[in-house]
Design a protein around this ligand. Structure first.
Ligand code: ARG
Length: 465
């Protein structure tokens, strides 16, 4: 990064002294917004193409500008470009370089445009590409969950409420709960992309421009569905960044919940699952340790993404129309969110299909904690006992079981009949874990048959993306 002479500033005309060195650094964004160069060049090419087709530039000028921009893009791609703090941001760095390379024609590119609509365009183009990449990664993760859920459709584990054993569930069903969370996230991402996909280019500084521009053309050239409808709103709107970050905060919240469960389940105390070594690390002092760092880090990174959402909301709060320099502060939180969510989705998409279930341990855990108590209560109801009374009967059986250290399924018929004489031999069909899960055989239920149907529906939905 070089500290060029400030006389090169494209806006220097009305200034009589150089920018204070600290202010120059303080107001510059090029250290982080250089990430937008590719989209900035695409926006400039669309703008130049349009200017030529409405007669503001000649065909020759347009072609010179475009080949100059492409040469700059190639140099930036290969690391042969020196960014200058004095030139403030990615936009002025590229424009100044263009003029340096092609001369006076370069100075015509900014006709009918402002950095205000330029940056609004760049971020939308950038974020749209990132959204498409994130959608693929999210789909890969959902696909992994579906594969694992199919494999574990019959695997029985304890289901929890209050982290206390509640009722037996199938592991496949649990995995598909995660799938559902992510499926809503996917829908939010698609919504966000649709609202983002409008072109602010042509709003210029805030009021539009006096040149005979064709905003439909630039919108189409950049793949936007339409131009935005109000120039003031166009240069000041960052809703799309906030919406995207809200999507991301919710995905991270969901991943943090799954992470928490993975961390619990890999502990010696649960021992429900194993994560392959390649997703774990060891301890420098305790030789026995294998730590679930990947889910722990994903859980931890949720904080920064939520923080970025708050940053963006607070950044926009009370901003008067139209563009304000405050908006330069949108980039770092947005970029950080994009990077974080891509890494976390990738980590999960790689890790999920690789985890193995310790089925026997899960099964034994499901047997503890009287997980089939509700099944016994439902059984008594089917024998004609009102639910509240059957609840009481089962409560007494559980108290007896605690005292005798026996699960309901381990009691003899005689022992069970102490609490109600409607209990017969067929009670053991419902007291087994297999019977318990198989009986919840309706849409959304935990029965293996339902898990398989849900897997089939999910596969169909993913195939349509
Ligand atoms: N670097 C600026 C940003 O990120 C570009 C727009 C600057 N516009 C201006 N009028 N100073 O928002």
């Amino acid at each position: 990064m070089s500290q060029d002479d400030s006389s090169v500033k494209p806006w220097g005309g009305r200034f009589s002294e150089a920018t204070d060195a600290f202010v120059e650094r303080f107001t510059a964004s090029v250290t982080f917004d250089q990430r937008l160069y590719h989209h900035d060049i695409n926006g400039s090419i669309a703008h130049a193409t349009m200017l030529a087709s409405v007669g503001v530039l000649t065909e020759d000028e347009k072609n010179t500008i475009i080949s100059g921009l492409e040469a700059i893009r190639a140099d930036i791609d290969s690391g042969n470009f020196t960014w200058s703090i004095a030139l403030e941001d990615v936009h002025m760095n590229i424009e100044a370089e263009l003029t340096k390379r092609i001369g006076i024609t370069g100075k015509k590119l900014h006709t009918g445009r402002s950095r205000n609509d330029q940056v609004a365009t760049d971020i939308r183009l950038y974020l749209r590409d990132e959204i498409d990449a994130i959608a693929l990664e999210l789909t890969r993760l959902q696909g992994g969950l579906v594969v694992l859920a199919e494999r574990e459709a019959e695997t029985i584990m304890p289901g929890f409420t209050h982290l206390q054993t509640a009722q037996p569930v199938t592991f496949g069903h649990h995995l598909l709960a995660w799938y559902e969370m992510l499926d809503r996230d996917y829908g939010r991402l698609v919504d966000c992309r649709a609202r983002l996909n409008q072109s602010p280019l042509g709003a210029a500084a805030l009021a539009g421009t006096t040149y005979p521009i064709n905003r439909e053309q630039t919108a189409e050239l950049m793949g936007f569905a339409a131009p935005t409808r109000n120039s003031l709103d166009s240069v000041s709107d960052r809703d799309f960044a906030i919406e995207f970050n809200a999507f991301a905060a919710l995905v991270m919240t969901h991943l943090s919940r799954a992470s928490e469960e993975l961390v619990l389940w890999t502990s010696a105390q649960f021992n429900f699952i194993d994560l392959p070594d390649r997703f774990c690390t060891g301890s420098s002092i305790m030789p026995q340790k294998k730590n679930p760092d990947v889910p722990e880090l994903v859980r931890g990174k949720t904080g920064r993404v939520t923080g970025n959402l708050i940053s963006l909301l607070t950044l926009m709060k009370s901003q008067p129309l139209a563009y304000n320099k405050d908006n330069q502060e949108d980039k770092e939180p947005l970029f950080d969110t994009v990077d974080t969510i891509k890494d976390c989705l990738r980590a999960f998409a790689d890790m999920i299909p690789a985890l193995t279930a310790n089925k026997a341990v899960m099964y034994e855990a499901a047997k503890r904690g009287f997980s089939t108590a509700t099944d016994l209560a439902d059984y008594l109801v089917r024998k004609g006992i009102p639910f509240r009374d059957s609840h009481e009967v089962v409560g007494k059986s559980v108290a007896y079981g605690i005292q005798q250290q026996k699960d309901l399924s381990e009691m003899s018929l005689e022992e069970l009949r102490q609490f109600s004489d409607v209990i017969a031999e067929d009670v053991f069909d419902v007291l087994t874990l297999e019977g318990s899960v198989a009986a919840r055989d309706h849409i959304g239920g935990t029965a293996p048959a339902q898990v398989r149907k849900a897997v089939a529906r999910a596969k169909d939905a993913l195939a349509l993306r």
